[in-house]
Design a protein around this ligand. Structure first.
Ligand code: ZN
Length: 248
């Protein structure tokens, strides 16, 4: 796995004067999106949602990720601003899903996993837009992905383009929803981390982020922490192996 850290000066683009708000859960995808935003925008804030997940490990990982980002990527750290936590525990009351209840994680009819909380990402982006409006952020960044195994309809590109138009009209404020992972699989997401921050960022994502549905942080694998058996661990392991094997 080779890769070089490209200096921030070379990452400056035409969007650099803009402010972004990143939907940041502490997982692999949203951490990669946070790095993507820090490499592009002048100021970046983060928002996390507490919706009574069965485990809070991911939310707890958020601080470890941002602390290490600040320490190891000081130029990014200077752009990294406020963190917002939104209490959406009402979502857990509305949904009977494997993430919020003690039921087995399995696929239901119609191919949608029962980890699905109906419309979750619509709500996340709507709350993010309300915060972005107040904070002067035009870019809303999320790690949604159509190539993921899950097939969540609120992760689809068309859904989020429609939501971008709705939020912009409804708040009379031009928002852009950025989804840098939309057409990337998990191996390509690891490769993106390497392109953005070299091996140091790959190591940060591997060590500090969390994907496991069970909330297991006690078992350590080449691809990071997790139970090793749940669908999220399986996806992460396969992505890592494809990346490390040079397929990405
Ligand atoms: Zn797991």
């Amino acid at each position: 796995m080779s890769g070089c850290v490209i200096s921030d000066q070379h990452r400056v683009s035409g969007n650099f004067d803009q402010k972004a708000l990143v939907l940041f859960s502490g997982g692999q995808d949203s951490t990669t999106c946070l790095a993507w935003a820090l490499a592009r925008f002048a100021a970046v804030e983060t928002v996390g949602f507490d919706y009574a997940q069965r485990h809070r490990v991911e939310l707890d990982c958020r601080h470890a990720v941002t602390d290490r980002l600040r320490r190891e990527f000081p130029a990014w750290g200077r752009r990294l601003g406020e963190d917002h936590i939104v209490d959406l525990r009402v979502l857990g009351e509305l949904s009977d899903t494997a993430l919020t209840r003690d039921t087995q994680i399995a696929f239901k009819e119609r191919g949608v996993p029962n980890t699905f909380i109906p419309g979750r990402n619509l709500l996340f982006f709507t709350f993010a837009a309300a915060i972005g409006y107040r904070r002067g952020a035009r870019r809303l960044v999320g790690g949604m992905c159509e190539t993921d195994y899950s097939g969540y309809p609120d992760c689809r590109d068309d859904t989020l383009k429609a939501l971008q138009a709705t939020l912009s009209l409804g708040m009379d404020h031009r928002f852009v929803i950025d989804t840098p992972l939309m057409w990337r699989d998990k191996a390509a997401t690891w490769a993106l981390a390497r392109d953005l921050g070299g091996d140091a960022l790959v190591a940060l994502v591997r060590d500090e982020t969390h994907s496991c549905y069970i909330g297991d942080r006690t078992h350590c694998h080449p691809w990071g922490h997790g139970c090793g058996d749940c669908p999220a661990c399986d996806l992460r392991r396969r992505g890592w192996e494809a990346f490390a094997g040079g397929a990405a």
